[in-house]
Design a protein around this ligand. Structure first.
Ligand code: ASP
Length: 327
């Protein structure tokens, strides 16, 4: 029997996506590869704090700088903001009073670096970048990550601000662990960008869930969960209850959906649908995904109402409310 190559490829795509993708969508994916880079540079990042982060990223992108530098510098603004209680300095501590940080970064060559359970360092994203650039490893954790940071000139600092300490002391009176949907007791900054050269990169940094168990690591430093970049296809990143993202490897899944022809918006929706299918208690939690493809198209989707993200392109910087599954 003669094998029709095209129909074989299309069947494989259908099987890989595990879903029904129309011929039109497959063609859209094919077209995407050929239509070139329409909208660049573009940067998108999670939550309202994404707006300020985008401003810093755009400083680099608008001068034809690299997406990798843009995403690092972008999220650093939020890491250094002592008033932000979910990222870096000023982040709410774990239940024992320790501020522990997770971060990851990926570049256009598929290189990846991350740190988890890192303490005392204001810019975990820059440590993650050094792990990527200076070591043969992808992730350093805890004390080892701290030693690596100190050996590379980072300063040891107290990240627990008076404001965060007071909130923790208040929480300790009842010591009830309860993630609150959309309330800022856990709001990662995740950012993905395409630069003027058409290269993609992404970064993700967080103090994780407030009052988590000591030692808990979330999705943000897990490559493929909190962040994934494939320069041929696109990039995706997550925020929200990390355990759900880790169990479904959300960011990798979104990039694979885009590889199979879905738009960034459709891919984010399918990844949230996967959570719905696989994790029955999903209604109790919030997850927000953002995605960007090689053509500079973007998308976002969440479980609950209330997730927003900031997008900066030639038209300027704006906050956008994401669509959501629980209506
Ligand atoms: N994804 C982060 C974590 O689970 C928290 C968040 O983005 O809200 O650590």
């Amino acid at each position: 029997m003669k094998i029709n190559r095209r129909s074989f490829i299309e069947k494989s795509i259908l099987a890989t996506a595990g879903t029904l993708i129309s011929h039109k969508q497959i063609q859209a994916g094919v077209v995407l590869k050929h239509k070139g880079l329409r909208n660049k540079p573009v940067v998108i990042s999670t939550w309202t704090h994404g707006y300020a982060a985008n401003e810093a990223a755009w400083q680099i992108l608008s001068k034809k700088g690299k997406a990798l530098d843009a995403v690092e510098k972008g999220v650093m603004v939020i890491e250094a903001d002592a008033d932000n209680t979910s990222v870096g300095l000023g982040g709410l501590p774990d239940r024992d009073g320790f501020v522990t940080l997770d971060a990851s970064i990926m570049d256009e060559n598929g290189n990846a670096g991350s740190v988890s359970f890192l303490q005392h360092i204001v810019h975990p994203i820059s440590v993650a970048r050094l792990v990527m650039e200076k070591t043969p490893h992808v992730m350093l954790s805890g004390e080892g990550a701290l030693q690596f940071a100190l050996a590379n000139g980072f300063k040891k600092e107290n990240l627990l601000t008076e404001k965060a300490k007071k909130e923790w002391e208040e929480w300790k009176k009842e010591a009830k662990y309860q993630p609150v949907i959309n309330i800022e007791n856990h709001d990662t900054i995740s950012m993905v960008a395409i630069d003027a050269q058409g290269n993609l990169s992404g970064a993700c940094t967080t103090s994780g869930l407030a009052y988590k168990m000591h030692g808990r690591v979330g999705d943000s430093p897990i490559i493929g969960a909190g962040l994934y970049v494939d320069n041929e296809v696109g990039a995706a990143a997550a925020t929200g209850m990390g355990e759900l993202v880790m169990k479904t490897l959300g960011s990798f899944l979104i990039v694979e959906f885009m590889r199979n022809g879905l738009s960034p918006q459709q891919a984010c929706e399918k990844a949230i649908e996967r959570i719905k299918q696989k994790l029955p208690d999903y209604k109790k939690f919030q997850i927000g995904y953002i995605a960007l493809n090689k053509a500079g198209e973007t998308g976002a989707y969440s479980i609950q109402e209330g997730f927003n993200y900031a997008k900066y392109d030639k038209k300027g910087n704006k906050l956008i409310d994401a669509d959501y599954i629980l209506k």
